[in-house]
Design a protein around this ligand. Structure first.
Ligand code: SF4
Length: 460
């Protein structure tokens, strides 16, 4: 007689490389880069739909510079202590924005619903440089009534002056990179920052008028233990952010050589890593934080939790968001844009990005035009990532891959992780740890190109 698999067996079984699904198709499977004309037409169409619905665009601006390398980093960052790089870079971003403005037509201002600064380290720029950059972008936009501005920030290089300038420009959401407060872990990842520093920036932000503060934590880092996670979360609880992202460390040293600073033996195994998450999750639940989607938590007063209750939670390249906004226009090196029909990504090296912009070109180097099957499968993956369930009908079953997706789902059903029928898939509580694996059953592009799978980080 076959005995039921234990949680440990399942963690071992499903600890395989897999996408995080911040987009579908995932970037490795983009294969149809649009022309600049097609891209602009798609953005303009998306903008027209947004205007009809009373919303506007989202703009993401990437600042790649950081003063030192955190060895776990998976972002597109350029390490330098030369502050002289900031001014030419921000001028290039403003030129890129002016290329968009010209190509989209300069008669009307662009409605703006979201503005997000990420990196790298946005506060690598001085307060006056940030002012110049943001004011330059806002000059050509009109903000919708519910517009939200947010910024990712490194507590080690964020000053009260930065926060005051950002607040004056309309920023109300701040996301601070914390990761772990344990000294041994911080040494291994080359990111030394104290609870006092984080407390100071948090208080300064609140005084400056920021009303939503997020902390990013990571589990699965080298030398992390249950004790270090406990100490970190206790410190976090004292500071009481509104949201917490408790991400799995993504080990991809073949893409990010900085991760070779420590060895795989220093990392918690799949079982141990999941135990860190479950332990942290219980602490957060006891402190009043509600779990949302994958790896995210929020207080009940926060819009992300309220949105998750009304089924409107969304997920994009920046992770979970409390609403669907399109088009997303990404400015800056390596930024990704999404018109909902197409994706593009900008050049990933600053010099190449700058050369393209100086020539007056839209500086993207790859992209993808979604076909009908992509759109249908994206909807199901997005539903699973945000609501843990999805439904389809007979018409959709004509999509070749969806017609045979039950083959992939049967295994999860046998393992007690999902319920599914011909038209329905629901992830049980026991299956939440395997969300990425279950989404992979809907990923036609991965099924057609399984050799790409090894390039992703592990799912557990
Ligand atoms: S500050 Fe952020 S982007 Fe920069 S190296 Fe550290 S983790 Fe990467």
């Amino acid at each position: 007689m076959q005995t039921a698999a234990t949680q440990s067996d399942l963690l071992r079984k499903y600890d395989v490389p897999g996408p995080r699904y911040t987009s579908y198709p995932t970037i490795l499977h983009w294969d149809s880069v649009p022309t600049p004309e097609q891209w602009i037409e798609s953005v303009a169409d998306s903008l027209n739909v947004a205007k009809q619905q009373g919303t506007g665009a989202a703009i993401y601006i990437h600042i790649p510079y950081c003063r030192s390398l955190c060895t776990y980093c998976g972002c597109n960052s350029r390490i330098t202590t030369k502050t002289s790089v900031s001014q030419p870079y921000l001028e290039t971003v403003l030129k890129e924005w002016s290329i968009y403005r010209t190509r989209l037509g300069t008669q009307t201002q662009i409605p703006l619903t979201e503005l997000h600064l990420g990196g790298g380290t946005p506060t690598f720029l001085s307060p006056s440089e940030l002012d110049q950059l943001i004011s330059g972008v806002l000059r050509d936009t009109v903000q919708t009534a519910d517009a939200e501005f947010s910024i990712e920030s490194d507590p080690r290089v964020t000053t009260a002056e930065h926060l005051n300038v950002l607040s004056r420009l309309g920023f109300r959401r701040l996301s601070l990179g914390i990761q772990d407060f344990d000294p041994q872990v911080q040494l291994a990842v080359n990111r030394i920052q104290t609870e006092k520093q984080v407390e100071a920036v948090t208080e300064q932000a609140r005084q400056a008028g920021f009303n939503s503060i997020n902390y990013d934590l990571i589990y699965g880092l080298p030398f992390q233990t249950l004790n270090s996670v406990e100490q970190t979360i206790q410190a976090v609880m004292r500071l009481r952010p509104d949201r917490i992202a408790f991400y799995a460390y993504a080990h991809v040293p073949w893409v990010k050589p900085g991760q070779r600073h420590f060895t795989e033996a220093d990392l918690p195994s799949g079982d141990e890593k999941r135990e860190l998450y479950e332990f942290g999750r219980e602490m957060l639940a006891a402190a009043g934080y509600r779990e949302i989607g994958m790896d995210h938590f929020a207080l009940e007063t926060d819009s992300l939790w309220k949105t998750s209750l009304n089924g409107k939670l969304h997920r994009n390249f920046m992770g979970y968001t409390s609403r669907f906004v399109t088009p997303l226009i990404g400015l800056g090196v390596s930024s990704i844009s999404d018109s909902w029909d197409m994706f593009v990504q900008n050049e990933k090296v600053v010099e190449n990005y700058t050369t393209r912009v100086e020539k007056g070109e839209l500086p993207f180097f790859r992209g993808h035009k979604l076909d009908r099957e992509d759109r249908i499968l994206r909807r199901h993956i997005l539903n699973l990532m945000t609501r843990f369930e999805t439904r389809w009908d007979d018409a959709e079953l004509y999509v070749p891959f969806l017609g045979c997706v039950d083959e992939g789902l049967k295994e999860f059903e046998r393992d007690g992780l999902i319920e599914f029928s011909k038209y329905y898939c629901r992830i049980k509580d026991e299956g939440r740890a395997f969300l990425r694996n279950i989404c992979m059953a809907f990923d036609a592009r991965l099924a057609q190109d399984s050799s790409a799978q090894r390039l992703f980080s592990r799912t557990i």
